[in-house]
Design a protein around this ligand. Sequence first.
Ligand SMILES: Nc1ncnc2c1ncn2[C@@H]1O[C@H](COP(=O)(O)OP(=O)(O)OP(=O)(O)O)[C@@H](O)[C@H]1O
Ligand SMILES: [Mg+2]
Length: 220
Amino acid sequence: MDIKVESLTKNYKKEKLDIEVLKDISFTIASGQKIIFNGPSGAGKSTLIHILGLMERPTSGKVYIGNIDCFIGDDKYLCDMRKKNIGFIFQFHYLMPDFTVLENILLPVWSEKNIKFKQAQDILTKVGLLHRQDHFPNMLSGGEQQRVAFARAFINNPKIIFADEPTGNLDKDTGLIIESLLFESSLQTGVTIVLVTHDEKLNSKADRVIKIVNGEICTI
Ligand SMILES: Nc1ncnc2c1ncn2[C@@H]1O[C@H](COP(=O)(O)OP(=O)(O)OP(=O)(O)O)[C@@H](O)[C@H]1O
Ligand SMILES: [Mg+2]
């Protein structure tokens, strides 16, 4: 699925302070492309991919996903759109501690969990954790927990995966393995991947690297 962003801005207002986080950002990502965003801390990368992932609304501008002008919809519409098309991997995995590994993967599709059970096990096999399916998150290492979060992002067969420094809390080597798994993912072919990472080793695997500096796309 492709993504088109037109003149996107995001401001946060707090009392007299008006913070301009994103300033007139425009770009297009073709369906199936793998894109990396990087740039200094505070540049606006998380804000941008939260908006692209339809979790936050922009101040102005348009986001088209598969030619649909997303933000003209209400919150329920955005939620349905996310459920149908989007998988999101957060920097901190946000697994639910009282649910097992398998249940955590099924959470985004809980109402269909009986139908999705086999698919969840297949995904777990691909990330090498089927034997841990009945364990709880606190029984897993950080890298294993992140692999579960990774698996969870695929359970709704998303057409776009967003990942915001998904390995930020892991050691460098484990982090690189997980990000490589994302880029070389055999979990689903043709999926558009948008990754925020500082790992330059991954740049050569991306179709494009977009640098964000001070809320703008840096072209130099
Ligand atoms: N809810 C908010 N209210 C006010 N300011 C905010 C809010 N969310 C983010 N910001 C500000 O927006 C700017 C960009 O934040 P963002 O999290 O997008 O940066 P980032 O590029 O992801 O940084 P990092 O690499 O540190 O994760 C920061 O200055 C931040 O303080
Ligand atoms: Mg961030």
